[in-house]
Design a protein around this ligand. Structure first.
Ligand code: F6P
Length: 537
């Protein structure tokens, strides 16, 4: 099927997809998930995918057995084969969906029990029933990294208008600058520290957790009383001194980058309250139901995956820009970098054999309109094509600033239009005809040409509510699943992060001078020496 898709690409690659717009294209190359809590629209008409291309992409998914694999995931089969685990983050948002079995046991009673405990604790923190030595909790510090940081950090920012709990801070980096900056803003007597780590072994998180405990110990008699833990390891949280009543556990079938829906979302729940958190879960669940039942031609995650596979694996565009015209989604690109690249950045298929197509694009981005004044130059006129993904709400949370929101929408739509249409040499000449003439006109006009024919998709929604954020995140999760299933890779392991961790552990005593850099390559040994010689403390 890849060959058929490549042939299709060769056939259409010089065509300007703008010319495809007849009366129906916009309707035929978009899909909407309509719910009682708001509609989510995916417009992928500004791409070079036509009826033939889309039919081939659907066949690609069918040949790969995506439907059977989806059903296997949703029913708790061990689809994470290299780690021997089920993949069931969907169970965390299965609020009223019935039993989900792993190895013959229904996991839902445990999921709902933990959710209930989280809600009880979040309410107690919010209403002051749970307090610190100095009184009601004013600040929550979530210490975690990767999936134990990016999800809640992204969502707390995204849902700031719903935030009526204590202030939330996020510490992830082992660079002491991160935690020092946060601790300076907090009063230990009224701070709750949440140590978020699935494994409870991650060096950055455990180092920061110990620093926070030392800081707390200087100010309060019982620092452990102001700590909570989110982890799958009860033994390790207890060794750290956090009592079981403030440990919120989850099973190994929740991957780190898919964990915001459960205990890792505790800081978000404290910030926006349990009811809004449930709305977030319901948004995810609505997307799950849609993904499980909608025809591929209407199925938003499948369509997003088809567009992604077309642009990266077929057209060969190496990166994809995520451009939210929604400032509160500023952390979405970083969140998606982990979700997509840690999931699908693999070089071997499930059976250990080498992939015969690229595994996926580099994902990057920034909110609009900021990006327009930074890197859009390259997107419009650079030599490589960057497929863009725009996100835009019909309204913001600042009704008094409606005129600014209209400007935001106009900018978002203008960008996808400009990418598609471009500006040819004649138009460029015309623009400056009065200012230059002759050779100088030709030279100046060349700089003002936009090639156009650059693809983008737009995701549009009424407003960034908790429900809508849940739908959007689950949309991306399932898109990653479909792309991984088509490529035949395991999207749920991450062996690629291990080597660096091992070498960092080995380098620790060399950097601190306890061991000599014997056996290290010249570059690494030279860098160690340079940094040691210039450190004054
Ligand atoms: O970077 C590897 C990784 O294992 C991620 O997959 C994970 O989200 C992150 O580290 C944090 O892991 P943990 O929650 O176990 O501290």
């Amino acid at each position: 099927m890849w060959d058929a898709l490549r042939t299709q690409y060769d056939k259409v690659k010089d065509r300007r997809f703008e010319t495809l717009f007849g009366s129906q294209r916009a309707e035929e190359f978009r899909a909407t998930l309509s719910t009682g809590d708001g509609d989510l629209l995916l417009d992928y008409s500004k791409t070079n995918i036509d009826f033939e291309g889309r039919a081939l992409l659907v066949r690609l998914m069918e040949d790969a057995g995506v439907a059977a694999r989806r059903d296997a995931m949703l029913s708790g089969e061990t689809i994470n084969e290299t780690e021997g685990r089920a993949v069931l983050h969907t169970a965390l948002r299965n609020l009223d969906g019935g039993p989900v079995e792993v190895g013959g046991t229904d996991v839902m009673p445990g999921v709902l029990e933990t959710l209930g405990r989280m809600e009880g604790f979040a309410e107690a923190v919010r209403d002051g029933t749970f307090a610190g030595a100095g009184g009601a909790i004013t600040d929550v510090i979530n210490i975690g990294i990767g999936g134990s940081d990016l999800g809640p950090a992204m969502a707390v920012r995204a849902l700031a208008p719903y935030h009526d709990g204590p202030r939330c801070h996020f510490v992830s980096n082992v660079d002491g600058a991160d935690i020092a900056g946060v601790l300076r803003q907090c009063d230990a007597g009224t701070t709750l520290v949440i140590v978020a780590s699935k494994t409870f072994t991650t060096i950055e998180t455990m180092t920061n957790a110990r620093t926070a405990r030392a800081w707390m110990s200087d100010a309060v008699d019982d620092p452990a009383a102001q700590f909570a833990a989110l982890s799958s390891s009860e033994e390790k949280t207890s060794d750290f001194g956090i009592p079981a009543e403030r440990v919120f556990g989850f099973e190994d079938w929740v991957g780190g980058r898919y964990s915001i829906w459960g205990p890792i979302g505790l800081s978000l729940m404290i910030a926006i309250g349990p009811a809004a958190f449930r709305a977030f879960l319901r948004g995810g669940q609505a997307m799950d139901r849609h993904f499980a039942t909608a025809d591929w031609f209407e199925n938003l995650p499948a369509l997003m995956a088809m567009v992604g596979l077309w642009h990266n694996q077929v057209c060969g565009y190496p990166t994809r820009a995520v451009l939210p015209y929604d400032d509160r989604l500023a952390r979405l690109p970083a969140y998606l970098q982990q979700l997509e690249m840690e999931s699908n950045g693999k070089r071997v298929a499930m059976d250990g054999g080498a992939l015969d197509v690229p595994s996926g694009p580099v994902v990057w981005g920034e909110p609009g309109t900021n990006g327009q004044h930074a890197f859009y130059q390259l997107i419009h006129q650079g030599t490589q094509v960057v497929p863009c993904e725009f996100l835009i709400a019909a309204e913001g949370h600042e009704p008094e600033l409606r005129h600014q929101h209209e400007l935001l929408i106009a900018n978002c739509l203008a960008q996808s239009e400009a990418l598609m249409k471009g500006r040819d040499l004649d138009e460029a000449r015309e623009k400056i005809a009065g200012k230059f003439e002759g050779d100088e006109l030709e030279r100046q006009a060349a700089h003002r040409v936009f090639p156009g024919n650059r693809p983008s998709v737009t995701i549009a929604y009424p407003k960034l509510t908790p429900f809508m954020l849940g739908m959007i995140i689950a949309l991306y999760e399932h898109r990653v699943f479909v792309e991984g299933a088509v490529l035949g890779i395991n999207s749920y392991d991450q062996w690629g992060v291990e080597l660096g961790k091992e070498l960092a552990t080995a380098l620790g005593p060399i950097v601190s001078g306890e061991e000599a850099p014997d056996g290290k390559d010249g570059s690494t040994a030279g860098l160690v020496r340079f940094l040691q010689e210039r450190a004054t403390s």
